[in-house]
Design a protein around this ligand. Structure first.
Ligand code: HEM
Ligand code: HEM
Length: 545
């Protein structure tokens, strides 16, 4: 391609500099064919598709600000005396890590703002991932062929949590030190190897002199490096699978309806990046976060009141706080169940949502690709399970802040803890049942709308005196959107006697699958959508409106 272009341009005289530069790059990188294949790639539009972008842009902001912080932060636990510009701490002994973070906050130009942007961006990044994950969950965007991408995303979420944890532990202040102490306690509760693991991580007795330097390499290199790789793979897969879209006229599992990548989507995405950056910068400029000078340097013999982790770690804190202080003696060894059980449940809460796509695929037995999204109401069991999971997560988050709930709302801390202990079991069941009911109610309303049109609120009196409400028929587009979803039929256990009359043993897994399938798609779990016959019957004039 570059040969023809350059011959043409030579016959016209010298090509413009931009074209020559593009030719030069094409000769080495093959950008023309790359651009030709991708520039017109179509992206469907929906507000919820921007959530992934919020994650992407806040991640970029974190990296940019993080690099700036590395220029001034000293990842060392050597003890120094403070002589910076923050007067109340003058002459105090502290680690170099704490000292340098004070230096960043008070003496480096723009340092405090950059620190605050880094921290706020981290909170928003994780919140963005949480909501993005929920968007993908509730719309069924995780179904074939996107299961692997769901797992990549899930890993990003978990790694993001730990990157955040290692990050806010770096300044070595009293609050973050308490958080690290919390982690040490959890590690120590692991039977047999706990003490060894703790000694290995901290280079000896807690807190030791090593952990800041170790957390530093984990925080700025190891975890972000893995995350960057996963992120690139995540976006390549979004590109490769093409984006999903909501049902609508002209949209099918075989096409994508939307705007081209260039120029429309890129322009929007570029603008959106600056919006996200601007919003985070404004928040960071006006809302103080992590004022480490108010907490002071970490000392293992002190704990500050109201100590809270960042929000994404709150649920793990809740797991510990709602547990009774169980300890048992096992062959002369103490098992601290009050800490060890939460440590085991912590990954289970996360894994429950990670494996969900595979469980649903097994229950439906559906091997087809899905590129059209579900409306959450049309998958009531999935939606119910998602809300139940969120209820567990949020209840534990409340548990993690039981002291703050108690002091802010003048409650007894025991009452809050007991609420969490009970609600963490009862809440998800209630949430599941209520959500499912609401979904079914909405499905009924959709059916009603399809068959009888939209209620206009206009009351009309007929010549013979009867009052009726005028219903406005839906447009063809709306009718399509409300009826496009597929409805599965519950799987049945196949014949228990084979062709030769020999009895077949029905496996436990098969029975379980049929039961689950019935729970998902049985009569109680979905409202049959209107059939063409029903629609015709009602709209042909015989029906009463
Ligand atoms: C670093 C964090 C993440 C970034 C930057 C990111 C970015 C994106 C972007 C830009 C998209 C396309 C636009 C959209 O649908 O919003 C997307 C789609 C997707 N993401 Fe993420 N994501 C992240 C984390 C996650 C997480 C935590 C999950 C789930 C556990 C996830 C699962 C998915 C899936 C399945 C899709 C395809 C959705 C579709 O085609 O409808 N991602 N992601
Ligand atoms: C997902 C990625 C990341 C998250 C969630 C994250 C989060 C955090 C948080 C919450 C803090 C505490 C900030 C504070 O003092 O209030 C922090 C500190 C820090 N981060 Fe990150 N970070 C990430 C990636 C990075 C990267 C890529 C770098 C460097 C290239 C970096 C460099 C630093 C440094 C030097 C500090 C210590 C200075 C300080 O505390 O102000 N971070 N990080």
């Amino acid at each position: 391609m570059s040969t023809t272009t350059s011959t043409d341009s030579r016959s016209r005289g010298k090509a413009p500099a931009g074209e020559r530069l593009a030719d030069w790059a094409d000769g080495r990188l093959g950008i023309y064919s790359l651009a030709k294949a991708n520039m017109r790639k179509i992206f469907p539009d929906h507000w919820s598709f921007m959530l992934g972008e919020v994650c992407l842009y806040s991640f970029i902001i974190i990296i940019l600000t993080g690099v700036y912080l590395t220029l001034f932060f000293h990842p060392s636990m050597n003890e120094v005396e403070y002589h910076g510009s923050y007067v109340p701490l003058q002459g105090q002994l502290m680690s170099e890590a704490f000292n340098s973070t004070l230096h960043i906050s008070f003496d480096v130009r723009g340092g405090l703002l950059i620190r605050q942007i880094h921290h706020w961006a981290a909170l928003i990044f994780l919140a963005g991932m949480f909501v993005h994950m929920m968007r993908v969950f509730f719309t069924g965007a995780f179904r074939k062929p996107r299961e692997v991408n769901w797992l990549f995303g899930f890993l990003l979420f978990v790694l993001g949590m730990f990157t955040g944890f290692t990050g806010y532990s770096l300044p070595d202040d009293l609050l973050s030190g308490t958080g690290v102490r919390f982690m040490e306690g959890a590690i120590l509760s692991v039977p047999i190897v706990g003490t060894y693991l703790s000694f290995f991580l901290f280079g000896g007795e807690f807190p030791g002199g090593d952990f800041v330097a170790r957390f530093y390499s984990i925080h700025i290199l190891l975890l972000p490096g893995i995350m960057l790789g996963l992120l690139v793979a995540h976006l390549i897969l979004v590109f490769y699978h093409k984006h999903t879209q909501f049902a609508g006229p002209g949209k099918s599992n075989k096409n994508v309806v939307g705007m081209p990548l260039l120029p429309v989507y890129m322009a929007k995405a570029g603008g959106f990046f600056f919006l996200v950056f601007g919003a985070i910068a404004v928040i960071a400029a006006v809302a103080q976060i992590n004022p480490i000078w108010a907490m002071g340097p970490y000392r293992p013999d002190q704990v500050s009141t109201g100590a809270q982790p960042d929000w994404y770690m709150g649920f793990s804190e809740g797991l510990i706080r709602f547990m009774p202080g169980w300890e048992v003696n096992f062959w002369g060894h103490t098992l601290v169940l009050g800490v060890f059980i939460p440590l085991v449940i912590f990954p289970l809460v996360l894994v429950a949502i990670a494996v969900y796509p595979f469980i649903e695929a097994w229950v439906t037995g559906d091997k087809r690709e899905h590129h059209i999204l579900d409306r959450p109401r049309n998958a009531p069991t999935r939606t119910g399970l998602g809300v139940a999971w969120m209820t567990v997560y949020l209840t534990l988050l409340i548990g993690g802040g039981n002291d703050l709930w108690a002091t802010h709302f003048h409650l007894s801390i025991n009452a809050v803890t007991w609420f969490v202990r009970i609600f963490v079991f009862v809440g998800p069941v209630l949430a599941f049942l209520i959500t499912k009911r609401i979904c079914l109610g909405l499905q009924r309303r959709d059916k009603e709308k399809v068959l009888h049109g939209r209620e206009t609120g206009t009351i009309k009196r007929l010549p013979h005196g009867e009052f009726i409400e005028v219903h406005e028929p839906l447009s063809q587009e709306q009718l399509h959107t409300l009826t496009a979803h597929e409805q599965y039929q519950p799987l049945e256990i196949g014949p228990t006697v084979d062709d030769n009359g020999v009895e077949r043993k029905v496996k436990g897994a098969e029975k379980l699958r049929a039961k689950l399938s019935d729970a998902y798609f049985g009569e109680e779990s979905q409202i049959p959508k209107p059939t063409v016959e029903e629609y015709k019957e009602i709209t042909s004039g015989h029906g009463h409106h």
